[in-house]
Design a protein around this ligand. Structure first.
Ligand code: 0WD
Ligand code: CA
Length: 380
């Protein structure tokens, strides 16, 4: 069936994907040269402790300790008795990032001593996870998204809004799925130590309130970006390169036993892994492959720079350039539509697979997400 944009006023789709009031996610439109993506620079970091309190420092960083090639980690251990789960009904939106921005404003303000020197020298502020969803949208067939955008003092803030479908899925999770969500965190506990010289402590408590987040600055085409992402651990070698190049992303995945499973892993999982780590310049993913019982039976390191070669044998596979060009065009589209500079106006961009991205505008609505404490301190 045809893509029927809801807000479209002009007929000019196809030629220029953001010249009208909707934006297509069709892959063919984004197969151009790879856009400029500047090497991401870490401009700071922050930590969230076991009670989800914010600290403007790296106290929660952990150190990767390489396990055996055939490790035998039991990821189910501790689920019932040594697990403190973050309360995901608390919607934090951009709050932690905004706290970081207020604490580090001097690093970010515009050049010179012009009248606007209190404004940030940045076009977009968001979470890395939201950008990952943009990068993968041209290939996503299952889950849509909604992104709230507010223009404030020249900067566009992007914060996700949970979709109805996501809320339903969350409510209907099976006990098995609920437990499997713990496995990734348990794997981190088996492979990470709290200090350079200590060992992992698999007997401890897994607390998903704790987080270490990097804040990076970069540019995609003509979009200056500031975003933050949670980082699992770093290389403990004192000679390791500076952040973000010393960071390591940890993943678990079902072990691969058939060619079909291998193909699916390349087509779907490696796309998500690539997008998530490429954005902040994290150079490698360390994967633990687990069996049906949640036992890690093999380890493999995936350098991010090699992933796009690994997938080239797959027929009709995803392309990094499509991901980046779509993201760039999406950000141009946002700049084009989100014109009113007002912290109480939200432009809500909505997308469902096989549809175009559309938007609606909301004034003084429950979608507003820039908190008063941020608006006031940025205005004074
Ligand atoms: O309130 C919200 N709408 C969100 C808040 C949505 C997404 C993230 N967050 C916040 C949290 O403060 C969290 O600490 O962002 C932080 C993580 O952000 P991110 O790095 O931009 O998110 P993403 O790349 O999607 O996920 C990175 C890791 C995940 O690891 P895996 O290996 O499974 O991709 O962060 C964890 C998870 O371990 N994670 C979250 N932690 C807290 N809240 C969340 C979440 N909503 N989503 C993923
Ligand atoms: Ca991870």
């Amino acid at each position: 069936r045809p893509n029927r944009p809801q807000n479209q006023s002009g007929p000019s789709r196809g030629q220029n994907p953001h010249s009208s009031l909707s934006l297509s996610t069709r892959r063919e439109l984004y197969e151009r040269d790879f856009p400029v993506y500047k090497q991401p620079v870490e401009v700071g970091c922050f930590s969230l402790d076991s009670e989800r309190r914010f600290f403007n420092d790296g106290r929660q960083i952990r150190y990767y300790v390489e396990p055996d090639r055939r490790p035998n980690f039991d990821l189910r251990d501790g689920y019932k008795d040594r697990f403190i789960k973050r309360d995901d009904s608390v919607k934090e939106k951009l709050d932690h990032m905004l706290r970081w921005i207020l604490a580090n404003r001097s690093k970010l303000s515009a050049r010179g001593t012009t009248a606007s020197s209190c404004d940030l020298d940045i076009d977009f502020v968001t979470w890395r996870g939201h950008l990952t969803k943009l990068l993968t949208a041209p290939y996503e067939t299952r889950e849509g998204w909604q992104l709230a955008v507010t223009r404030f003092r020249g900067t566009l803030y992007i914060s996700e809004v949970e979709t109805e479908a996501a809320r339903r899925d969350q409510e209907n999770r099976t006990e098995r799925h609920e437990e499997m969500m713990y496995w990734g965190y348990k794997f981190e506990q088996y492979t990470c130590a709290d200090t350079v010289h200590s060992r992992p402590d698999p007997g401890g408590v897994v607390n998903t309130n704790e987080a270490f987040c990097t804040v990076v600055q970069t540019r995609l085409a003509d979009h200056r970006l500031l975003f933050s992402g949670e980082v699992d651990c770093r290389d403990k070698d004192p000679n390791a390169p500076a952040a973000p190049a010393c960071y390591i992303e940890l993943k678990t995945s079902a072990e691969i036993c058939t060619p079909k499973q291998r193909s699916n892993f390349h087509r779907f999982k490696l796309l998500k892994w690539w997008a998530q780590s490429f954005l902040p310049g994290v150079p490698r993913v360390v994967a633990g492959f687990r069996d049906e019982e949640g036992v890690v039976v093999a380890m493999e390191t995936f350098p991010i720079s090699k992933i796009s070669h690994l997938i080239k044998n797959e027929h009709n596979c995803w392309k990094p350039t499509v991901c980046m060009n779509f993201c760039s065009d999406f950000l141009s589209f946002v700049k084009h539509i989100a014109t009113e500079d007002n912290p109480s106006v939200v432009y809500l961009l909505s997308w469902e697979p096989r549809r175009d991205v559309t938007f609606s505008v909301h004034r003084d609505s429950p979608y507003c997400f820039l908190p008063h404490w941020f608006v006031e301190e940025m205005t004074s």
